[in-house]
Design a protein around this ligand. Structure first.
Ligand code: SAM
Length: 396
């Protein structure tokens, strides 16, 4: 059986529609909701992509898979609907109970799926990455992105930010911009490096989340930095440089591009922020690492950044197209099984393994950098340094 447009009256979807607060109309799917049924062999998966693209711009895409699909089967369904749709919940009959699974956890619900199977519930990528959703998400989790001194994993968290900042090399940048600052640590480390060399840099930073900007400012002050300016905004239309302001001689963007809703506009905004001859350091997650590739194969639900993230080669090409000259790159956060051991260490071992895991990670990252960024797939993250060529050099 190929992918079929299912009737909303079909009981397979009724319990899911009710859970999502969607009323099934007599004429079919409720407004903005597309229903698709696949058989247990996933025949028709390739048609799903075209159907997903044509479905309404908002609302939900609900895909019913008959039988007992594995998580890996549902991950294939998710991949067929990406990049238009992002999977946010799985509904399954489990021992006579309807279970809803999201990234936040599991819940038991009334009702059942008939015929038995699973439903993957997907939201529009554009809705998940919408500006208001991003602000709300990071305002809510701002403290979590700041880390907690003394907790297991904190030293690792801070070391990663320092590694990215250090990639700028020895410098005395006068004006530094942290592009998507979060709690501000990458920009702060870069500014402290300039201070250590006798500089007195101005540190500018922005983030969509006002709470993140507030935390970044407080962290920067506590670190002894005085020349600070924070704003809210998105990389697609960055608030720095503002009208009449000059671009920056050092710009850092760490862990941000995987959240960009419009990659083209985001890279344009990033490129505009860098002074001619200025330095750019950019880093993010590596979707092709051993661990991330496995998660993508085995898990139907992933944070959107793992779907939206890009390889370093793509990021480099985007920047070279905008007149940047590549200087160096490195992997810096070891993949599978290090994140699992870090988690075990934090949740069960009270941080006892932390120093050894961090030392292992530092050594591996230093070796990757020294070897010109070798073994990228051993790392969950990449970072690179580029220089913005002058207009004169670009014309040549
Ligand atoms: C993973 S955190 C990284 C924060 C910080 N740069 C760091 O390395 O710790 C991602 C940050 O990017 C911000 N962000 C999300 N979408 C963005 C966008 N389109 N432009 C700029 N920043 C964005 C989020 O609010 C969040 O603070």
């Amino acid at each position: 059986m190929s992918a079929t447009q299912a009737s909303a009256a079909r009981p397979g979807f009724a319990a899911v529609l009710a859970d999502l607060g969607l009323e099934a109309g007599s004429a079919g799917a409720p407004g903005g909701t597309a229903l698709v049924a696949l058989d247990a062999r996933l025949a028709g998966l390739s048609e799903l992509r075209a159907r997903a693209r044509d479905a309404a711009a908002d609302g939900w895409l609900l895909v019913h898979v008959a039988g007992a699909p594995s998580d890996a089967d549902l991950a294939r369904v998710r991949d067929a609907a990406w990049p238009d749709w992002h999977a946010s919940a799985v509904y399954r009959d489990a021992r006579g109970v309807l279970e809803r699974r999201t990234l936040e956890g599991r819940a038991s619900l009334a009702g059942s799926l008939e015929p038995a199977g699973a439903v993957l519930a997907l939201r529009r990528r554009a809705a998940v990455l919408a500006p208001s959703a991003t602000v709300a998400k990071f305002d809510r989790n701002a403290a979590g992105w700041n880390g907690e001194p003394g907790r297991p994993g904190y030293a690792h968290f801070r070391w990663m930010r320092r590694f990215v900042a250090d990639l700028a090399g020895p410098h005395r940048a006068r004006r530094i911009l942290d592009f998507g600052c979060g709690a501000g640590w990458v920009g702060i480390e870069a500014a402290l490096a300039a201070v250590a060399r006798g500089g007195a840099p101005e540190l500018a930073f922005f983030d969509p989340s006002p709470e993140m900007v507030r935390i970044a400012e407080s962290n920067a002050r506590a670190a002894g930095l005085a020349r600070l300016v924070g704003r809210t905004g998105f990389g697609e239309e960055p608030p720095f440089p503002g009208p009449g302001e000059a671009p920056y001689d050092l710009v850092l963007s760490s862990g941000v591009v995987s959240f960009a809703r419009d990659r083209e506009a985001w890279f344009d905004g990033l490129a505009r922020a860098v002074l001619e001859g200025g330095t750019l350091v950019i880093g993010d997650i590596h979707p092709g690492s051993k661990g991330m590739a496995r998660r993508r194969r085995e898990k139907p639900l992933l944070p959107i950044r793992e779907m939206n993230g890009m390889r370093r080669e793509e990021a480099r090409a985007e920047l070279e197209r905008r007149g940047f000259r590549f200087e160096c790159w490195s992997g810096y956060q070891l993949t599978d099984p290090v994140p699992q051991w870090n988690h075990l260490d934090a949740t069960r071992l009270g941080g006892a393994l932390g120093p050894a895991l961090l030392a292992w990670n530092r050594r591996a990252a230093a070796r990757s950098l020294a070897r010109g960024g070798a073994d990228q797939d051993r790392f969950d993250s990449w970072a690179m340094r580029l220089v913005r060529a002058s207009a004169h050099a670009r014309r040549e």
